[in-house]
Ligand binder design. Structure first.
Ligand code: ABL
Length: 498
């Protein structure tokens, strides 16, 4: 008994001493630390999704790549896991480590944001948010990039794991536009990765970035922002929450148009919740081009479908195709939500039986009386002429080039605050299975930017990394053999070829 007591005491004092010397190490590199006893610990460690709450051992806020490197080296000496925090929107709270006890490197001071006037290449620091990026690029020579719609999402995590938005069928995902990155590796080296420098690392970073290093600055190619954009919605009023067959027919018409006719300038998202079923999106061009593009679909839709649209400039269209709010974000970012999301990536068309089962579940009394509010979005990634699927599959480690649809299933509390009810977990599992179990012939994947921490790692590896897993593990063994960069579903070193 006494022995056990002594052991526990020794262990505790080792942890405390370990933390103290880690702090000493960080502070000796002029990195002020935030720890649990600091007055600002709670606010500094609070991210977007209040459903997940992790307690980092220490949080630091470096301003240079050298300081990031020092922090990583301190973590090596004291054997602590490291996570980089960009904007704090990780669905699983992976910016706070995805578990307790990590060293969090908050990148918020990396605010570089400029466009080279000759090459039109953008240099974007890891601490920027999408709305600020879009605004600055447009102000610097009317340039644009494909990226997500939520202006508060941090650029870095978004770009390292995909990055879909209304311009993606035209220009690819965000990561498809990366030319090179400056990255801090697990051994503390600061290197550039591109197609010519560390090409394996560059391949891995574009799709699986958070498992391989801390990117400090991104270099991306930009595009001339189209002069006109049309944001639109088509609501189907006769579809109420019980008309499953009507929803199936509408979806099949949209899907048929998507694979045969939808030009790359057109983005399409089917969005549904309790009593709404609609098609939302944007077209990059003029109103008359928009009508020319979408007419073949309109002809197939019911007479009373309600089309609304707005023609505007690039930035206004980006705003309108989300919720109309301002793109630039406040320095003190406080947006919060309490949610669980799941995702499905389908390389195939969704079948009538699967849609019937899925929309049937969404129309059922179970869904009408669900434990939380919910919505489902089906985003068109592929289809006729999509730039996302035009990149060869070997182009980057991003595993879902062949996606036709990426589907997000989202459950959230009405007042945005915890508690998140336990009953919502099985509700969402059954929702997801109502689709997949009715389409057994398709191997569905899942999307890393909608990471779902409730999936056990072995299963998550297959869903998120697909056939890339072994090559990614091999690169992980070379660049991060100690798994310094870690979250519960990150690439691990595997069984070392055994
Ligand atoms: C995404 O990937 C979607 O593109 C966004 O539209 C979605 O945001 C986020 N992720 C979710 O984290 C939602 C908002 O949370 C809702 O409040 C909003 O009603 C909805 O988009 C539609 O604009």
């Amino acid at each position: 008994m006494l022995f056990l007591f002594l052991c526990v005491k020794m262990l505790l004092s080792n942890v405390v001493n370990g933390q103290a010397s880690l702090i000493q190490c960080l502070e000796s590199h002029s990195l002020p630390t935030i720890v649990e006893s600091s007055p600002n610990y709670l606010s500094a460690t609070q991210d977007f999704n209040l459903r997940v709450k992790w307690k980092p051992l220490v949080l630091v806020t470096p301003s240079t790549a050298e300081e990031v490197s020092s922090a990583v080296q301190c973590a090596n000496t004291h054997n602590v896991k490291v996570a980089a925090r960009g904007g704090g929107h990780s669905y699983a709270g992976n910016g706070m480590g995805g578990a307790d006890g990590s060293l969090v490197i908050d990148m918020k001071k990396f605010k570089t944001l400029r466009v080279d006037p000759d090459t039109h290449e953008a240099i974007i620091g890891a601490g920027n948010r999408l709305g600020n990026v879009a605004t600055a690029l447009y102000e610097h020579g009317e340039r644009g990039l494909p990226h997500g719609t939520c202006p508060g999402v941090g650029f870095a995590g978004h770009a390292l794991h995909g990055g879909y938005g209304h311009a993606s069928r035209m220009w690819g995902t965000t990561l498809d536009n990366i030319i090179s990155v400056e990255v801090v590796l697990a051994d503390g080296r600061i290197v550039n990765a591109s197609e010519t420098e560390h090409p394996d690392l560059f391949w891995a970073i574009r799709g699986t970035g958070s498992s391989f290093g801390i990117v400090t600055n991104f270099h991306l190619k930009t595009h001339p922002a189209p002069a006109n954009g049309v944001s639109f919605s088509i609501i189907f009023p006769e579809v109420n929450d019980t008309s499953t067959w009507k929803k199936v027919d509408l979806f099949l018409a949209i899907q048929d148009f998507a694979v045969t006719r939808a030009p790359p300038e057109l983005s399409m998202r089917v969005w549904t919740y309790t009593d709404v079923f609609g098609l939302f999106g944007a077209y990059w061009g003029t109103q008359s081009d928009f009508f020319r593009a979408i007419d073949p679909l309109l002809m197939k839709l019911p007479q009373d479908s309600k089309l609304s649209f707005d023609e505007a400039d690039w930035l206004t269209s980006l705003r309108n195709s989300y919720d109309g709010s301002a793109l630039p974000q406040p320095e003190e970012y406080t947006l919060r939500e309490t949610f669980l999301a799941k995702s499905l990536v389908s390389p195939h068309k969704l079948t009538a039986p699967a849609l019937h089962s899925f929309f049937g579940y969404l129309s059922s009394p179970v869904a009408r009386n669900a434990p939380t509010k919910w919505w489902v979005m089906l985003d068109l990634y592929g289809g006729a002429g999509s730039a996302i699927s035009a990149f060869p599959s070997s182009w980057s480690s991003y595993a879902h080039r062949d996606a036709l649809w990426t589907i997000q299933l989202y459950a959230y509390t009405d007042n945005h605050l915890p508690p998140f009810p336990d009953a919502a977990y099985p509700f969402m599992d059954v929702m997801l299975r109502s689709l997949t179990s009715a389409q057994n012939e398709t191997a569905f994947g899942a999307y890393l930017n909608y990471i779902d921490p409730t999936i056990p790692p072995e299963k998550a590896y297959k869903l998120y990394y697909g056939d890339r897993l072994e090559k990614l593990r091999e690169i992980k063994r070379r660049f991060d053999p100690e798994e310094r960069f870690w979250h519960p579903q990150a690439i691990n070193v595997g069984s070392r070829g055994v």
